[in-house]
Structure formats: C-alpha cells, structure tokens
Design a protein around this ligand. Structure first.
Ligand code: CMP
Length: 139
C-alpha cells in the first residue's frame, strides 16, 4: 500500500552538507519527498519528539545532539514507505549497516547516525503531525 513516513536528516549530516546526497538516496529508492523543511529544534522540541526514549540512558546525549544544529524534517510517500525507508537508512548503528545504505555511507557513530526514520505506522503518524500540518504536505 502507498504509505507516508517521517524522515529526519540529523545535525551531523546537515553540517557536512549531505542533505542533497541523502535525499537522492531516498528518491532513488522510489520514495517521494512530499514535505520538507529545515529546522533548528530547541532542546524542548527534541525532548518532546523523542519522549518515548525519556527513560533511556542516552536520552540527554540524544536530545542535546538533535538540538545542536539544523535538521531537515521530511515526509516521504511511496509503496511500503516505512519499511523501504528503514531499508535505505540501514541499521541504527553504522557499524552494523549494510553496504549501500545511508548510514553505512555517511553515519559517524550510533548517536551521530545521520538520519532518523519512523519504525511503524503509529509512530509515522505521530512524527509527521509533530512537524507538519496536513496543508504543508503535497502528495
Ligand atoms: P533514531 O532512529 O533517531 O532513534 C533514537 C536514536 O537514539 C537512534 O536513532 C540513535 O541515534 C540514538 N541512540 C540509540 N542508542 C544510543 C546509544 N546507546 N547512545 C547514544 N545514542 C543512541
């Protein structure tokens, strides 16, 4: 089925001017960018966005990193977009990512791993709604 998912290009990647290269990977995989904006999120935004991880030991590191510089938040649309995006991103830890994936190519570490993508339909809906109004999305 045609799905929407949420994608984020993280500060380690925007800093290295990789927005275009990462977006090209997504588009080449058949995902369509139907909304996109560059945001420098506040620490509070990062804490709210990643609230599900608030009890994890890396929560402070994660939210400080995500608010340390600009990110590019995007809505992607396509056939099985959620799973396809996760395939193109590769494993969370770049040391475990397959060849040809975004994280294998660009990620620096488990924390500075260049991209985020929704892991399920419910999280995709929540993450899209966190950053975009329906009228910001042109499918
Ligand atoms: P992401 O898909 O954005 O979702 C949560 C993020 O937490 C994850 O990618 C990693 O970048 C980060 N993360 C996961 N585990 C750790 C860890 N042990 N230390 C630091 N960051 C982590």
């Amino acid at each position: 089925a045609i799905e929407r998912t949420f994608s984020m290009i993280k500060p380690d990647a925007t800093k290295r001017n990789l927005t275009g290269k990462i977006t090209a990977h997504l588009e080449e995989a058949g995902l369509r960018v139907v909304a996109s904006k560059r945001v420098h999120m506040s620490l509070r935004d990062a804490q709210a966005f990643y609230a599900e991880h608030s009890e994890r030991p890396f929560f402070g590191e994660l939210t400080e990193f995500m608010s340390s510089g600009p990110t590019v938040v995007q809505v992607l649309e396509g056939e099985n977009a959620i799973a396809k995006n996760r395939e193109v991103m590769g494993a969370t830890n770049p040391a475990e990512a397959d060849a040809g994936t975004i994280r294998k190519e660009y990620a620096l570490s488990l924390g500075e791993n260049s991209v985020h993508g929704s892991d399920a339909p419910e999280t995709a809906a929540r993450e899209i709604a966190f950053w975009f109004a329906e009228r910001d999305i042109a499918g």
